[in-house]
Every structure is written in C-alpha cells, then in structure tokens.
Design a protein around this ligand. Structure first.
Ligand code: UDP
Length: 368
C-alpha cells in the first residue's frame, strides 16, 4: 500500500512526488504517456533539445520557486524576445518602444503614449473582453496587426468572446526592452526539461504507459490518497458534459541549415497564415550543444491551434464564462472525493504558468 498515488508525471505531479517522498511518504507515480515531464517534455534531435509540446520558457518572480527548480537543474540565461511577423512586417514583442517605433515612427515614450491615448478613446467603459482590453492597453493599430489574428487563431474564438485577463499576461512598456516577461528570474534548464523532471523524480517509483482512468478503482486501492493531475472532466467521465480546451499540433522539421529564422520564436500574427508560431529550438540554448560547439542543423516546429476533441491532448483551458461555470460544477464533485486531490493546469482547469504550478504544488504538499 502506498501513501500516495500520483497520477501524471508533469511538473505538478513531479513536485508533489518529490515533496511527499522527502517528507517520508511512500509514493507511486503513474502516467499514461511513455515519458515523464507532461507537456514540458523535451527530446533530443540532432543534439537539440526539442520542446515536444511547445515552447516552455521558465520565468518567475518567486525566489522560493526559482531556488527550488535550481536544485534540479542549472538554468541558462535565455530571455524570451519573440518577434511578430505580420504579413512580412516584423515587430518586436512584447509591446514596447521598439514596437511603437516600428508601428508609428514615434521615438519618445511621450509620443508613444499620445498615440495610444488617442486610439484608446474608442473604449469608454471598463474593458469587459479581450478586444476592449487590448485596445485600451495599446490602441487599435497594434490590436489589428499584432493581437487580433494571433489570438483568434490561438483560441478559435473572437476576441470579443475571450476574457480580458489573457492579454494582461503580456507586458506593455514605454522602454526599449524586448524581454517578453516581467520576471525577476528566467531561463531554460541546461540539458532540457526532461532532465529536470527526471532529477525531481529520482529514486521515486514511476510507471509509464499506465492509464489511471482505465481502471480507477483498482489504482485507488493501491494508495491512501490520490493526487490527480489529469483533466477534471475526464475524471468524472464527462458526466456534466465536456469542458473546452484548446489543443495544439506541431509539424516538426529538421533542416540542413544552421539558422532558419534567427530567433527561438516568431509569431505569425495575421489571420491567413495557418500556424500561430514557428519555434526554432536551438536558440533556447544559443545554437550550441552541451560542449559549446555550434550545431550545424536546426529543428523547427510550426504550431497549429485547434479545438480539442476527445482523444486529443488538452493544452489550454478555455476560461470563458461558459466553461468557468461548468468547471465550478465539476469542482463541487471534486470536493466530494475525499481521497483525491485535483491539481495542475488540467486538474484545476487553469491557465497556469510553470512557476505557478510549482508554487501551488509546494503549497499543497506542505499543507496536505
Ligand atoms: N498575444 C498576442 N500576440 C502575440 C503574442 C501573444 O496577441 O504575438 C496574446 C494573445 O491574446 C495570446 C496571449 O497573448 O492568447 C498569450 O500568448 P502567448 O503566446 O504568450 O501564450 P502561451 O501560449 O505562450 O502561453
């Protein structure tokens, strides 16, 4: 008999497993996939750590979380500075003086502010959706070229139907600063995320290709308590109907060229280009292998967003009103499952970043 069965070997599950093991509990981790790491999983191709489920750039303001992850990996000094490609015009992200200069020719912060003030006049009340929020932050020009198409591709919904908080994730700065995140700490684990998670799970029993939902009762019988990090609606067999997720599909290509796009991430912000972004993985590690040699080839991933259907991997919860309501009803069911704790992006149906997932797991582990 185990003290804890942890369902899912992603970040939430791995942190829980580490903390509970270190507190003297007997822990078993299971995952339905054939690898650990959940969606932060990386796999080496041509000497390049490929982010198989999309780009993950670790960033946090929480020094406790930063110290914690640094116990399991060394982090490099990667700083995310994506470039937006709108029909061949290139803009710096996040929205900052470089973006404003390119969009309007303005040079000083005062000139940029004046432009935005002028354009945001069309929003006369507190923004209630992503479109209004975006226009009131950066004006209509930037909304039209850099936000609308990208967001509607990513979410498959009109900006008017999406919650305002999604766009508040992005900083708006009146300085010449292309750092995408307002975070004190940022970087990529040297050697990849899989290595980080492997170190977290060191010495902990882990069974892969083991699907908890295939036989919940018999797995439950193995432990006093279960930490479930899968989708909350799947746990309840979609009995109240399914929550909506966005899924992502990647087309990966190895190219016989050392430099395809000159940056880790290029966002395609027009509506017509079918992919949302192209990731060139080698730039997360400055184009070098672990010995510091230049890599001669490159691996790129075109990322396509799609609506989730049963059988697809869920990536992003759609936190609009309808789904938030339905989640609340699932949450009530979950609260009645005495033996089971639901956690992580899928277990809590929340657009968590990696550091938030870790902070949450550390908190739950210390109280649970
Ligand atoms: N976003 C945008 N244009 C961009 C990049 C981001 O409008 O070029 C907005 C968009 O609404 C998106 C949100 O910011 O849904 C978060 O995007 P990001 O790519 O940072 O999300 P991730 O997939 O990395 O979590």
């Amino acid at each position: 008999m185990y003290d804890y069965l942890i369902v899912g070997a992603g970040l939430y599950g791995a942190v829980m497993a580490r903390e509970l093991t270190d507190a003297g509990r007997r822990v078993l981790v299971i995952d339905k996939r054939d690898h650990i790491g959940g969606n932060v999983y990386t796999e080496k191709t041509e000497g390049i750590n490929v982010h198989k489920y999309g780009a993950h750039i670790f960033h946090t303001n929480d020094s406790k979380v930063w110290e914690y992850v640094n116990r399991f990996a060394r982090f490099n000094r990667f700083t995310n500075s994506p470039v937006a490609n709108y029909k061949g015009e290139l803009y710096s992200l996040p929205f900052n003086m470089y973006t404003f200069n390119k969009m309007w020719g303005v040079v000083t912060p005062d000139e940029a502010r004046a432009k935005i003030e002028e354009q945001k006049k069309e929003i006369t009340h507190e923004p209630t959706n992503l479109e209004e929020q975006a226009i009131s932050l950066v004006g209509r020009d930037i909304y039209e070229k850099l936000i609308k198409g990208y967001t509607e591709k990513q979410w498959g919904r009109e900006c008017k139907e999406l919650p305002a908080f999604i766009i508040k994730r992005l900083p708006v700065r009146f300085t010449y600063d292309n750092n995408y995140f307002n975070a004190l700490y940022q970087g990529i684990p040297v050697g990849g995320y899989t290595k980080l998670v492997k170190n977290m799970l060191s010495g902990i029993e882990t069974e892969l290709e083991t699907d908890y939902l295939d036989n919940k009762e018999s797995y439950n019988a193995k432990a006093e308590h279960v930490i479930y990090t899968g989708a909350i609606d799947a746990y309840f067999d979609y009995s109240l109907g399914n929550l909506e997720y966005r899924s992502v599909r990647f087309e990966n290509e190895t190219l016989d060229t050392p430099n395809y796009q000159g940056n880790a991430a290029v966002n395609y912000t027009d509506r017509e280009t079918p992919w949302t972004r192209i990731i060139e993985h080698k730039w997360f590690e400055f184009g070098k292998d672990e010995e510091g040699n230049d890599l001669l080839k490159t691996v790129i991933s075109r990322e396509y967003s799609s609506e989730w259907h049963p059988g697809d991997e869920p990536y992003y919860p759609v936190n609009d009103e309808k789904n938030t309501e339905l989640y609340k009803r699932y949450r009530e069911l979950a609260d009645r499952e005495d033996k089971v704790t639901f956690g992580g992006r899928l277990g809590e149906y929340k657009y968590y970043d990696m550091d938030q997932v870790i902070a949450r797991a550390l908190d739950v582990a210390s109280h649970g």
